[in-house]
Ligand binder design. Structure first.
Ligand code: PSU
Ligand code: MN
Length: 305
């Protein structure tokens, strides 16, 4: 395993000193946001993690290695490169062997974080069950990973490009806990709410940390979702964003986009249709998640001392 996994100096030191570490994904950098906002956001998110007492570990596949923590040069190179592969569970082996640049999705980031014994991971939104999945069978590998890999994911819920009801059913079947952070309903990424009721509204990261520890101490494997609503001032009008999503879905259908290309296609279209407003919201919600995720990482780390 050691031959594949390379820790940055900062992450290595953090491990030696027993400091809390927060994993960050890289598909959001290469396929979720345009350059240069992607690199700038990645840097700002890392800074927020440090300000909140944890150490950031942005994860990507570079030159045949799983990099846990990127240098500033690597981040710039990665974010400005074109043709970076979107890497989920099935792609990791090939990407390492072929030494191509690979951006880790939620699923792949969970795998890599767990390999480095990192159990708290901050991102924007997770993949899920797509609308129409009853015929396309398009269900993100993120959900299977959440069913088996011990990494908690802090996100702003899921976008309504997905079928949120089916996504929640799938997570329930697979035994994945979904916690609302200061919310009774599942946030839907650009909006603070959705029609989906959550059972666990928790406003205390220490209690979240204890819940994760109890689950994993008992070898109840799998991740967890901590759904943190977008800050009020950046939340988007639901009718406006839903229109944009409908337009994007229609175009995807017309152009026959499918498989792993569909999520990046929809994200790009929504940004265009909203005149970039969705990008601003996207950036704000990731930063907001970094604050909560770092606090959770600190609390979780304290439990293992
Ligand atoms: N949803 C978002 N932003 C993203 C993604 C999803 O709002 O950047 C990315 C994440 O990396 C997620 C991946 O893991 O897309 C899911 O892709 P797919 O649906 O192909 O599994
Ligand atoms: Mn898919």
């Amino acid at each position: 395993m050691k031959e594949y996994v390379v820790l940055s100096e900062e992450v290595k030191k953090a491990k030696e000193q027993g400091l809390p570490i927060v994993a960050l994904e890289s598909t959001i950098i290469s396929h979720g946001m345009p350059y240069p906002q992607n690199v700038q956001t990645a840097r700002e998110v890392e800074a927020i993690v440090r300000e909140n007492g944890a150490v950031p570990a942005t994860i990507a596949l570079i030159d045949g290695k799983i990099k846990i923590g990127l240098s500033d040069d690597e981040l710039e190179m990665f974010g400005s490169s074109t043709g970076v592969a979107k890497v989920s569970r099935r792609d990791i082996g090939f990407l390492l062997a072929s030494k191509k640049l690979g951006a880790t999705t939620v699923a792949a980031t969970m795998i890599c974080a767990a390999l480095a014994d990192i159990h708290i991971f901050v991102t924007g939104g997770i993949g899920g069950v797509h609308r129409g999945a009853e015929t396309t069978m398009d269900i993100s590998a993120d959900l299977e990973e959440l069913a088996k890999t011990n990494v908690a994911v802090i996100c702003a819920g899921a976008k309504s490009i997905l079928d949120l009801n089916l996504t929640m059913e799938y997570l329930e079947t697979k035994g994945v806990p979904v916690f609302g952070y200061k919310t009774d309903v599942l946030p839907s990424f650009f909006s603070r709410t959705s029609s989906i009721q959550l059972e666990n509204n928790i406003d205390d990261t220490a209690l979240l940390a204890q819940s994760l520890k109890a689950k994993w101490d008992l070898a109840i494997d799998g991740g967890a979702i901590i759904a943190n609503p977008i800050p009020e001032e950046y939340s988007m009008d639901e009718a406006f964003i839903n229109d944009a999503i409908e337009t994007a879905l229609k175009e995807a259908d017309e152009q026959g986009v499918s498989g792993k290309d569909i999520t990046p296609f929809l994200l790009g279209k929504i940004k265009d249709v909203t005149d970039g407003k969705s990008l601003e919201s996207n950036i704000a919600l990731v930063k907001n998640n970094a604050v909560i995720g770092s606090k959770l990482a600190v609390d979780f780390n304290n439990l293992s001392k």
